[in-house]
Design a binder for this molecule. Sequence first.
Ligand code: GAR
Length: 194
Amino acid sequence: MKIAVLVSGGGTNLQAIIDSINSGAITNTEIAVVISNNKNAYALERAKNAGIEALCISPKDYDTREQFNEAFLDKLNSYNVDLVVLAGFLVVIPKTMIQQYKNKIINIHPSLIPSFCGTGFYGLKVHEAALERGVKVTGATVHYVDEGTDTGPIILQKAVEIPEGITAKELQQKVMEEAEWKILPQAINMIANK
Ligand code: GAR
């Protein structure tokens, strides 16, 4: 199967996918393209270092959101992928793209959905909210993307215990290491081999 990985930042989840393909933990899968909305995303370097086509389509280069959405979708369509993986992609996916890629877009979210998800819950904010609430267990979720925010069918989840006194940054790292970098490659492999 051919996949596109959409990124906005550091790209550690992208790296986990690349490493899993190289180690054989993910089979039947080729990354056709990595697309970022942010030209400074380190994820683009990771893709280039792995010899994968990497490009940036930034909303800043378009007059309107509609024009950006259309350009983005056109570019994505040109790669004919079977699955779109949102790996820390922080742009709201337009309705037209969700309809066109029904059950073909998956996302990694850094909490156990339905906790700490939905509008405004992304990146470090998710972990700050978990610490604020005082939950003792958090984790990560891989789910299909539907028209809501973090509401699509859940594919995999993994729990992570929250130690006393941990900072949000430390918790973010722990959730990535113990959950995200495992279940995102695992979900891709499941879909590629079903
Ligand atoms: C990850 O923790 C991912 O779960 C989160 O952004 C981070 C990206 O890190 N995604 C969301 O919050 C989506 N709502 P990465 O660029 O190193 O993979």
